[in-house]
Each structure stands twice: as C-alpha cells, then as structure tokens.
Design a protein around this ligand. Structure first.
Ligand code: CTP
Length: 470
C-alpha cells in the first residue's frame, strides 16, 4: 500500500488464491503471501489438512486478513461455499508448495481438499510450484502428472530449484524462490482485467480485534438516503447506499457501544446487534433523531450522534394525495428541509432557533458528527462545522475515484472544531468508520475529564423544537 492509500504494484487490486499443500516448504508460503501483498495483491489462503500440520491457519489468517479455507465441506458464516467463492472471485490461483500427492490428485480431478476443489471450479489462471524430494520429483508418475497439469490443463508450472532438500540430500525439488512465483503470477495475468472488483462477491475478511473502548456508550447513527414523496408512488431520492453508516454501526458495536441505527433507505443489510429505526422521509428521520437524542422516557440520551444519512435538502411543498397521471404538465415546487443536525446541536447545547441559550442543555452534551458530501473541493466543509455547531465534520469528495455513494471505500478529511484537519488515505469504509470512532472516543474521554458533574442519572433532556416539518 502506498502512502496515499492507493495499492500500487504489479498485482494492484488483484485477488490471489494461494493453495498450500503438505510439504515442509509450507512455511515458505508465509513469505509468498507477503511478496504477493507487496505487489498490491489481496491474498486468500486455502490449506489442505496436511499443510495445516506444518503451518497453522491462524498464521495465514493473521497475515492475509481473510479466514483460511481449510475444510472443503465447511460453509462460510454467511452460508456461501468457501472454495467456490474463491474459485469465482480470484484473478489467479497459486499452488505453492504443491506436493507429489497433490499433483496426482489434481491430475486426476480428485477434489478431496479445498485446493483441488477450487482449481477444478475456477476459470482463472492456475500457477503451480511443486516442492518435494528430488527422486519423488523425478519419478515418471510425478512427471506425468506435471505434464498433464501443464499441457492438458494449461497451468503455469514454476519448476522447483536445485539445492539441499529436507532429507539432507541434494537434488531438484526445492520450492522456487518467492520472486519467481510472483513473476509467474504476474505473467499469467498479463492483459486480463480485474475479475471481481465487488467486495461482497469476494471472500470475507477478518475484522481486526479492537479494544471495547466504547463499552457503556450509546451511539446514534443515521444512514441511507431520505425519500420525499411527489405523489403516492413517486419520490425524490438520492444514491446513498447506507454502507458508511452500516460500517460505523458495525465498528461501534465491535467496540462495545450500544448502537441505534436510524436507517433511511439503504441497499445493504443492517447489523443484527443494533437497534434499528427504519424511516423513509426527512420528516421521519428528524422525528427519530430528536426522539433518540432526548432519550425515551427516563433514559438518558446518547453519548454521540453521527449523521451519515444523505438527507434531502428539498421536499415537494404539496405532494399529491393520489397518483399523478401523465398528460398533465407538472410543476414541482420544492421547499427546503429543516437542518436536522443543526437542530440537534442546538438542543444539545440548550439553544433556541435564534441561537439564544433559553433552555437546559443536555448533560453531558453528546459528541456530534456530520458528513459533508461535496462534489470537488472540500472548501465548504469547515463552514458546515461552524454553521451546524458540531464537533467533527467528515468531508468527502463524492466525485473522487473510490469515494462516495455505493462504494466500499472512501477517502475523507476529518475537520474538527479547533480548526484541525486530518486527511485520511483511500480506505475501506470499515477502516474509515474506525478512524472516525477513534476521534469520537477521544472526544468522549475529554468530555468525561472536564464534565465532573456528568453523571448520566442527572442528565436533563428537553423536547424537540417546533421548527420545520414534523
Ligand atoms: N443534514 C441534516 N439535515 C439536512 C441536510 C443535511 O441533518 N436537512 C446533515 C447531513 O446528514 C450531514 C450534514 O448535515 O451530516 C451535512 O450535509 P450536507 O448535505 O453536506 O450539507 P447541507 O447542510 O445540506 O448544506 P449544502 O446544501 O449547502 O451543501
């Protein structure tokens, strides 16, 4: 990964499946994972049962950041068949080291382990690097199997090297150096487009284990895009998928927070562990946020509000009660929607619509985070922070490659109330979520340190203001 977050190298953006079989050279596959990653590849590892006796799956999972595919009969947690997901999404499969036994199984199409099963199921190029005792490699059976893989199946063979073998003998059988295997993968992929760029079609990733630094905190997150009715069947909407909000919710849950996700219209599944408030329009989103902010009944309000929702800026002034029919000329009059985040900030600080301190502030004041989705420059983002009176504004240029609506990645700049800016590289939305939550956790820590009376039981809450639509 380069400093700016763009993967660079001869395998940038590629997904490579590395099949490891039961040779003493299996330990060299750990280095091979790293060398492939150095070239920008995402690597997922498949192990045969005997390979797992040489190097454990935990090692490969930790360095590849993917669960290891080690049991041909086991399903992924989401019910998909692991070796088929790998077969269908990898740009190339590499088998290194490939034992004499595995070459024989593969030559005969015996899919008793995940590595052979994935090779049988894939249409991607396959690169095979054998490693074994010299006499085993020279045996006519092994040579016939190698020929079959190369000549009949079209696999690229990376011949073993000569040198001292595990038996103490000299001979041809040492696993080729990682660099030669990487070169063979690059050559096999020349001119081919990236096969499966959609992360949801690729194998699952291993989430990094985080400290539960948000345990005991309540966080309200909004996400998705609001829809404003034109008539009973039509609406004005936007392209928000809700992916950023779901990433924030999942990250906050993993860090121990209690999460309420106010979900406007989304295209992704919502996390099980969160309390979900499903909404459609800006008016409903506003009502749900204000209710969550002031806490139902005697309960205290949240420690943080993160407004990741793409809120409609305008709503039809007089939506039609029925279905508008074609043939009529329709002029749509739009009215501005209330600024929910600014209103939430005023309530939190005890200010009225004119900004006057006329009522009790929430105690303690929740950390408030907004997003500023801009097309092009982020110059307007700091102004939104001041105007909305929030702690952080996460600015992103929705026109930049890999950023914005529907993508799995985002490149953001975090603006804070003391004028600071933190520009993050292009990251997975989950990683962006954790970076935002790092800032939220820090602000909560600072708030706790200064708010000596900040006992949740003594919090005061106030009702919503009456501006804007209900
Ligand atoms: N937001 C809100 N209520 C609205 C519009 C936006 O709470 N009616 C929130 C968004 O969820 C986001 C932040 O305010 O967290 C900034 O949204 P953005 O659309 O970028 O800013 P606007 O206030 O709409 O300003 P402009 O239209 O000038 O870009």
């Amino acid at each position: 990964m380069a400093d700016d977050g763009h993967p660079r190298g001869r395998l940038a953006g590629r997904l490579i499946g590395l099949g490891v079989t039961g040779s003493i050279a299996a330990y060299k596959a750990v280095d091979l994972v790293r060398r492939l990653q150095d070239q920008g590849a995402d690597v997922v590892v498949l192990l045969t049962p005997s390979a797992a006796r040489f190097v454990g799956p935990l090692t490969f999972a930790a360095i590849s950041r993917h669960p290891v595919e080690g049991d041909v009969l086991a399903l992924l947690p989401d019910g998909r068949i692991g070796h088929i997901v790998i077969a269908d999404s990898v740009d190339a499969l590499v088998v290194a080291p490939a034992t004499a036994h595995w070459l024989g199984a593969m030559a005969n199409g015996l899919s008793g382990d995940s590595v052979t099963a994935a090779c049988l199921a894939t249409t991607a190029p396959v690169v095979v690097a054998p490693a074994m005792d010299g006499d085993m490699y020279a045996h006519p059976a092994t040579q016939a199997n190698v020929r079959r893989l190369r000549d009949d199946f079209g696999y690229a063979l990376v011949e073993p090297e000569s040198g001292p073998l595990a038996s103490g003998q000299q001979g041809i059988g040492r696993l080729a150096e990682s660099g030669r295997i990487v070169d063979a993968v690059v050559a096999a992929l020349a001119g081919r487009p990236i096969r499966e760029p959609r992360s949801e079609r690729r194998p699952p990733t291993v989430a990094p284990v985080r400290d539960p630094d948000l345990a005991g905190r309540r966080i309200v997150i909004t996400g998705g895009g609001t829809r404003e009715p034109i008539d009973t069947v039509r609406f004005i909407g936007n392209r928000s998928s809700g992916k950023m909000a779901v990433a924030l919710a999942e990250a906050a849950l993993d860090r121990g927070a209690a999460v309420t996700l106010v979900a406007a219209n989304t295209t992704v599944s919502l996390p099980d562990g969160a309390t979900i408030r499903q909404v459609e329009t800006t008016g409903q989103l506003r009502a749900a946020v204000l209710e969550a902010l002031t806490g139902p009944g005697d309960e205290a309000g949240p420690d943080a509000l993160i407004m990741a929702a793409a809120v409609a800026d305008f709503t039809p002034t007089r939506p039609s009660a029925g279905k508008l029919t074609r043939g009529e000329r329709v002029i749509l009059e739009l009215s501005p929607t209330p600024d929910i985040l600014a209103e939430a900030a005023r309530i939190a600080r005890g200010l009225d619509a004119a900004g006057e301190p006329t009522r009790q502030a929430l105690r303690p004041v929740p950390v408030l985070v907004g997003f500023a989705a801009e097309a092009g420059s982020l110059d307007r983002a700091p102004g939104k922070l001041v105007r909305k009176q929030v702690d952080l504004i996460v600015g992103n240029d929705i026109t930049a490659p890999g950023s914005g609506f529907g993508t799995d990645t985002n490149r953001v700049v975090i603006f804070d109330a003391s004028g600071g800016q933190e520009a993050l590289p292009l990251l997975a939305k989950r990683e962006v979520a954790d970076r935002i939550l790092d800032r939220v956790a820090r602000l909560l820590g600072e708030r706790d340190a200064t708010d000596v009376d900040g006992d949740a039981a003594t919090r005061q809450t106030v009702g919503p203001t009456h501006e804007g639509q209900p």
